[in-house]
Ligand binder design. Sequence first.
Ligand SMILES: [Zn+2]
Length: 288
Amino acid sequence: MEIGANWACWLLLGVVAEAGPVRVWPAKPFNGAPLLVEVESAAQPQARFLDRPLSFALDPKTKRWTALAGIPLDTKPGRYPLSISTGGEPLKQDVVVQARAYRESIVTVAPRYLEPPEEENVRIEAERELKKTVFAVRSERRWALPFLPPTASIQTSPFGVRRTYNGKTQSIHQGLDFRAAVGTPIRAVAAGKVVIARPMYFEGGLVAIDHGEGLFTLYMHLSEFVAKEGDLVTAGQVIAKSGSTGRSAAPHLHLGVQWQNTYLEPATLLGLGRVPVAAPARKRKGVK
Ligand SMILES: [Zn+2]
């Protein structure tokens, strides 16, 4: 896919308000959103946003520097400065964060996933330590645009939903669910290294992939592993089969996106850098 052509498209549609040396996707950032920051500069840019460092790499096709950033879910709406240093005068662009209204839902799961039996405590603690260690690693960038969907099936439960489990336990949905019958092939959304591929207490069958720069994707409730820990996988490669293991009410895939220890909205990540669909424009023509 030609990224250059994408830019022309975005500009034509007025999606990118300012065509300066700094561009930020999505056009209307919100709490929970991943961001793609692109910078035109001769020197490698350096920046921090919302207390986290950005890692810029030069896109060989567009000759622009790209970095991921993220807006944690608990960020209040407002204007947040993004200051990028490239050696000379810093490039400044405000990111206006809008409040996204997240739905509420009620979920019923086996009680042992809300109040685990005591004999599971050692296992749960060991798994918490494993995740902490794995997600603290910062490796070289392996991700590239565009991100690919893990399965072609429909999305059932979005990120950020406030869930009430079994009528009492409150929790926020930290990922995106896809409908998937048991045994559906699940694909890596980007290239990376498999850092976890094993059964876990809460996540059930879990695959976690390190895409570099603190970006990890997590695939949960799996019934079968295809990739194993240590494998290098390509974007779109089948890594596992879906299931309903762990804290799950029905067969589905839960996709989590973690960036520098905060969970971000997967649907926006999957759309970063893509040409906006032309369908709405055609529809409008047909309506009049
Ligand atoms: Zn989920």
